[in-house]
Design a protein around this ligand. Structure first.
Ligand SMILES: *Cc1c(COP(=O)(O)O)cnc(C)c1O
Length: 362
């Protein structure tokens, strides 16, 4: 038996989601976010699928991810969101850094002047996320200083929302105003970079945040970040499944799995499935999640173990060892799993995707 569940990655759905995002954003450029191995879908495969679709830019978190994409043959521009450690490698691999300070700008400028230069950079503004980016009272002055440096071109200006849930929209609008105010001031001084701020949530619920383009991660993979609202024509790209490796008959009053948190109430048929928290199937799903067997929803029985999980399949007619068990997909959504596990769909996607063996369909 091979370890772990199988993830079916539907590349046609991925292309379809790109089309759906273009429709939502009146055909603005979509920056495809493929960090964390494309949220568990495989960064190289995702990038190879999207490259011919005319995306302007891919985005990753760290330089090493960008270098891997280059080494797998990806030639599209790549934006590196959180890593300015090694300017020389940016020039070597033709990558675009997101910079966060005048000091970053000077380091890239210096390196570019030593080489072929200039290098295009995107500047991050912290408009309220409290994470990376320029946020002081001197922001405009600092940006002007950067723009005057030889060797770099300020080709992009960006920021990131902290909260676009219904309760956070007011805060998000203030962030957008902060951004637009700096953008206007720079524009008056002749600095007009490509401006982008929206990620998945804001792409869906804040059209005024679409600016010159959007950065799409979660929705590209077919999942809205929260319940409710119109999520267009998104289709989940990933389906995760396994098989029943053993069926066990238990009489009433019998305990299942660690700590005896599940006790049978009747003559029961318990399916043992070779998937566990080591595969990214969260332990917090214990006694809460459901899976699909022969099209029927079956409840998770007891604690999720490291490599095994049990489901109560008593009510499934004809259930047999070897039957497919769908853990994610066919109506069991990332959001539903996230609710059961007390987390968000991002964590479900990245953890299940990275734990599974992937199979791609076109
Ligand atoms: C991860 C990330 C995104 C993509 O976010 P989604 O909600 O998955 O679309 C966009 N911008 C930044 C800065 C990010 O870190």
């Amino acid at each position: 038996m091979q370890r772990g569940p199988e993830a079916e990655i539907d590349l046609a759905a991925l292309r379809g989601n790109l089309g759906a995002i273009r429709a939502i954003t009146a055909n603005r450029p979509v920056i495809a976010v493929v960090k964390a191995d494309a949220y568990g879908h495989g960064a190289a495969q995702v990038a190879k699928t999207l490259e011919p679709e005319g995306i302007p830019l891919l985005a990753v978190a760290f330089l090493s991810e960008a270098v891997e994409l280059r080494e797998s043959g990806i030639s599209s521009p790549i934006l590196v969101l959180f890593d300015t450690e090694d300017p020389a490698l940016y020039l070597k691999y033709s990558l675009t850094p997101v910079i966060h300070s005048v000091r970053d700008a000077e380091r890239f400028s210096k390196e570019a002047l030593k080489r072929d230069g200039p290098i295009g950079v995107h500047l991050k503004l912290d408009t309220g996320m409290g994470r990376m980016g320029l946020n002081g009272a001197d922001t405009v002055k600092e940006v002007l200083e950067m723009a005057s440096l030889q060797g770099i071109r300020l080709s992009g200006l960006m920021s990131h929302f902290s909260d676009v849930s219904p309760g956070g929209l007011g805060y998000a609008r203030t962030q957008l105003e902060n951004f637009n105010s700096i953008k206007r001031t720079l524009s008056e001084k002749g600095i007009k970079p490509f401006c982008h701020m929206a990620a998945s949530g804001s792409t869906l619920v804040m059209p005024e945040s679409h600016l010159d383009g959007v950065r799409a991660g979660l929705i590209l993979y077919g999942c809205p970040p929260f319940h409710g609202g119109d999520s267009g024509n998104l289709k989940p790209v990933m389906k995760v499944k396994s098989k029943i490796s053993l069926l066990k008959r238990l009489g009433p009053g019998k305990a299942v799995s660690y700590d005896r948190t599940f006790v049978t109430k009747r003559d029961s048929l318990i399916a043992v499935v070779p998937v566990g928290y080591a595969d990214g199937y969260h332990r917090a799903l214990s006694n809460r999640a459901e899976a699909l067997v022969r099209g029927a929803r079956v409840p998770l029985a007891g604690r999720v173990c490291m490599d095994l999980t049990m489901f109560d399949v008593t009510a499934v007619p004809g259930v047999s060892e070897g039957d497919e068990v769908v853990l994610l997909g066919n109506g069991i959504s990332h959001l539903e799993l996230a609710d059961w596990a007390g987390t968000n769909p991002y964590e479900i996607m990245t953890s299940l995707g990275s734990g599974a063996r992937r199979r791609y369909t076109d």
